[in-house]
Design a protein around this ligand. Structure first.
Ligand code: NAD
Ligand code: MG
Length: 399
């Protein structure tokens, strides 16, 4: 029997790559439901190809239009609308695997809904874990969900862990497993060598043009500021049950090594491959089996020289804000994530310069460093309060 898959955020970069892998393995996976935010035309084409039982979009009017189009095309897919529909589909009794690939805080409740039904959750939506850390992991434990990382770095770390730690990596005892350090690699983004004096003039088009990876706009800007690595630092803290001192960020501009685990005997185990998200997606979809993808095999006679650098705080202030927030606690990471979402949106909309992203993030974080948030309603309240704070800052900057 093929596994039934729900793809949340199907119309995005990760969603499309997921469907690409599924299309190659029709005997292994069947699409139960597809959800998208606003790109209804893309969702329509995906429904025609994969014939899911359900589809969902954000707006009611888009849902009726999509329903009409699908009916005309002879499909019986049932179309739903709104956040509750995303949650219901993520928790559907027939779903085996849920790909959590909505971008940002909007993914939290649907992803948690899948966790609470004990699903196999493939986590791309790092913001959900950054926002809710302990609560999220507690829910995974309580409902015996299977949590598999899609983020290429975390998927790499997962693959480098001893096999007996993998199934419950979030309960790892790193010391007992002989692990000295998690080495989180990042490319350094498109501005690794740009003179700092030119940062204020960076345009959205320059910021979303990542040298190695093709991704959605928000994560591309996060990669340029290295806030992405900061969010991943917090994500690793929860996925592998480690402390900030256990994680080291290493810039590796070629993006061939996707992350590493350093053991206390001096061994370092790394996962390598061409930078293509279909590899971690295929790994998690089929885990613990391996399935083929069309990813170009790594040819060592063609790869460039590997190099490594230490991240510079004056070039990547957002990375260091995230590391600070990780040490401070849940209120801090939730607030920083919220501020960053607004700041990145404002930058992409041309409201603020690139350098103001870090300013909004730093000013918001400083207001919320000591906020504690353990229950879901506290987390959502901090998220909302931090958004209001950041919006206020953006208004004064824009004025
Ligand atoms: P994207 O912008 O390409 O796609 C986002 C998806 O979320 C789309 O389907 C969109 O319709 C949906 N969406 C947006 N707002 C929504 C809302 N309010 N409600 C419901 N759905 C909504 O983003 P992406 O690059 O595919 O990234 C998705 C997630 O995966 C992010 O959390 C990102 O950090 C993570 N991730 C992405 C990559 C990558 O290579 N793209 C790598 C690692 C992790
Ligand atoms: Mg990543």
């Amino acid at each position: 029997m093929p596994k039934q898959v729900v793809v949340l955020g199907a119309t995005g970069s990760i969603g499309c790559s997921t469907l690409d892998v599924i299309a190659q393995h029709p005997g292994e996976f069947q699409v139960l439901a597809l959800t998208g935010g606003l790109r209804v035309d893309v969702l329509f084409r995906q429904c025609v190809s994969f014939k899911p039982r359900f589809a969902a979009v954000l707006q009611e009017k888009d849902a009726s239009e999509l329903q009409r189009q699908l009916k005309d095309a002879g499909l019986s897919t049932q179309v739903l609308a709104g956040e509750q529909a995303f949650c219901d589909l993520a928790a559907h009794p027939d779903a085996d695997i849920v790909m959590a690939a909505i971008v940002g805080a909007a993914g939290l409740l649907p992803t948690l809904a899948a966790v609470k039904q004990g699903k196999t959750v493939l986590l791309a939506n790092k913001e959900a874990l950054v926002m809710s850390g302990e609560l999220f992991i507690d829910a995974v434990k309580q409902h015996q969900a299977t949590l598999l990382p899609i983020d290429s770095e975390h998927n790499a770390i997962f693959q480098c862990l001893p096999a007996d730690l993998q199934a419950h990596s979030y309960q790892s005892d790193l010391q007992k497993a002989g692990i000295a350090k998690i080495l989180l690699t990042g490319s350094g983004g498109p501005f690794r060598q740009k003179p700092l004096a030119e940062f204020a003039a960076i345009t959205p088009e320059q910021a979303v043009a990542h040298p190695n990876w093709s991704m959605g706009r928000k994560i591309s800007v996060d990669s340029a500021t290295m806030m992405n690595k900061g969010l991943e630092f917090i994500e690793a803290r929860w996925l592998f049950n480690c402390q900030p001192r256990d994680i080291e960020v290493v810039i590796h501009p070629q993006s061939i090594i996707h992350s590493m685990v350093q053991y206390s005997d001096g061994s370092v185990i790394a996962q390598l491959g061409n930078p293509d998200m279909r590899t971690p997606i295929a790994h998690a979809l089929a885990f613990p089996k391996r399935i083929a993808t069309t990813v170009k095999p790594l040819n060592f006679f063609e790869v460039p020289v590997f190099s490594f650098e230490k991240p510079d705080p004056s070039r990547y202030p957002c990375l260091f804000l995230a590391i600070e927030a990780c040490g401070a606690g849940q209120g801090a990471t939730t607030a920083l994530n919220a501020a960053n979402e607004l700041a990145v949106d404002a930058f992409l909309a041309g409201r603020i310069p690139f350098t103001s992203i870090a300013e909004v993030n730093a000013a918001t974080l400083s207001q919320f460093t000591h906020h504690q948030a353990t229950q879901l309603q506290d987390i959502l309240a901090v998220d909302q309060a931090a958004r209001r704070h950041a919006e206020q800052l953006l208004r004064t900057m824009h004025a």
